[in-house]
Design a protein around this ligand. Structure first.
Ligand SMILES: [Zn+2]
Length: 413
């Protein structure tokens, strides 16, 4: 199903100086800003900013506008906006059975979506399916693919849902589509997307907790996404709630995930209902369902309290397709926070966000946007500094794009 087709935009990203990239980012993350505000935020002189802004307008990335949905104060005539239509990006989220896609503009605003079952979960078949999909959205500047596994530098080291090990997905999709591609863990990508384009925009510290088929945690600390030295996203799933609790997949009892993941909640209920049925049972006061939801709610509170203890974030975003849990068991969630968080529980800013599954795919597009702007996508050159006279000496030669066929990295499958 394609809800809107016919997307088209410039498909190659211009080379930008570091300063130009910072100015673009500032407007992208904080919304339309006046030149005075941008210069102050980035500590740039007015002449420097004028030069950079002129280059960004000339390249079609910024545009003069009077008002915008995210505009705050400032003289209307001086506001600079990101020109969203300048570039399009394709985001793809892979689950065990399905592929969700969203095409966005440069501001991560969706312009088209698609969803289809995976023809097979074999890596070659999935890559071919992504390439077919990309063919329906010509002209995209970058592709971002996310999945629920461990991703190291574009390599899917492990994905238990797809049963993949060591799949060089970034390279394969980039080669098959001839479009620069970024691949990351879905929760990491969602966290970065919320930090650039969502309710966490511009925060110095943020935690994103997703609940549903899995339990995910993403962290922004000092304005940057936390990625471990071994590529692992933050993990709190096996924090102990009750040593006499349900058996966990890790072999112990009573971990957060042994209460919280959708399928373990359902396994604990008689008759093996669907999640929707279990939600209805709990809402209707069914004792068994209430107990399972209350215990899961408490475990969620322990998770939130633990994350708050570690990071003390400005905000904790709670989202995911398991959100009915919060609605049903929020008093227990707050009990869990109170019993775990060592500070004043009232200081925990919990932002519960309704979740649409297409948000996962949108965050794939946001991943592509971020990787494109920061120069970390696919095989793009990592430093590209041509438009500022002062940076000319640091200019690097043009990189190969798309990724060379002769690359031998991760060439096993
Ligand atoms: Zn466990």
């Amino acid at each position: 199903m394609i809800s809107e087709a016919g997307t088209r935009a410039t498909s190659s990203w211009p080379r930008l100086s570091d300063v130009a990239r910072d100015v673009l980012l500032e407007v992208l993350v904080h919304g339309p800003l006046s030149r005075v505000e941008i210069a102050a935020r980035l500590r740039l002189s007015r002449p420097a900013l004028t030069r950079v802004a002129k280059a960004l307008v000339a390249r079609g990335l910024l545009v003069e506008g009077d008002t915008g949905p995210r505009a705050t104060a400032g003289r209307p005539s001086e506001l600079l906006h990101v020109r969203g239509a300048a570039h399009r990006f394709l985001g793809v989220k892979l689950t065990a059975e399905r592929l969700f896609a969203t095409v966005t503009d440069l501001t991560a605003t969706p312009v088209a979506t698609a969803e289809e079952p995976l023809r097979s979960s074999a890596p070659d078949d999935v890559v071919a399916q992504i390439a077919d999909l990309a063919g329906r959205f010509p002209g995209v500047t970058g592709i971002g693919v996310t999945l629920g596994g461990i991703v190291l530098d574009g390599l899917v080291a492990r994905d238990e849902f797809l049963r993949w090990h060591d799949v060089p997905l970034e390279e394969a999709v980039s080669r098959a589509t001839r479009v620069p591609t970024a691949v990351d863990n879905d929760v990491q990508a969602l966290t970065a997307a919320e930090h650039w384009f969502g309710p966490g925009a511009g925060l110095k510290s943020l935690a994103v907790i997703t609940i549903g088929a899995g339990v995910g945690t993403g962290l922004i600390v000092d304005g940057g996404l936390v990625t471990g030295s071994h590529g692992l996203p933050p993990h709190f799933s096996h924090t102990l709630v009750d040593g006499n609790g349900p058996r966990c997949g890790c072999g112990r009892r009573g971990c957060i995930s042994s209460y919280l993941m959708t399928h373990v909640m359902l396994r604990r209920l008689p008759g093996r209902p669907t999640y929707a049925e279990a939600v209805e049972l709990a809402r209707a006061g069914d004792p068994a369902a209430r107990q399972v939801f209350d215990e899961a709610g408490y475990a969620l509170g322990v998770l939130i309290g633990t994350v708050a203890n570690v990071v003390d974030p400005q905000k904790i975003l709670l989202t995911g397709d398991g959100l009915p849990l919060y609605e049903i068991a929020s008093p227990l969630v707050h009990d869990g926070i109170e019993d775990t968080y060592e500070g004043d529980p009232d200081q925990v800013v919990l932002d519960v966000r309704p979740f649409d599954f297409s948000e996962w795919a949108r965050s794939g597009a946001a991943l592509a946007i971020k990787a494109t702007i920061t120069g970390t996508i696919g095989d793009r050159p990592r430093q590209a500094l041509l438009d500022s006279p002062s940076n000319t000496a640091r200019a690097s030669p043009p990189g190969r794009m798309p990724r060379s066929e002769s690359s031998t990295r991760h060439s096993r499958w």
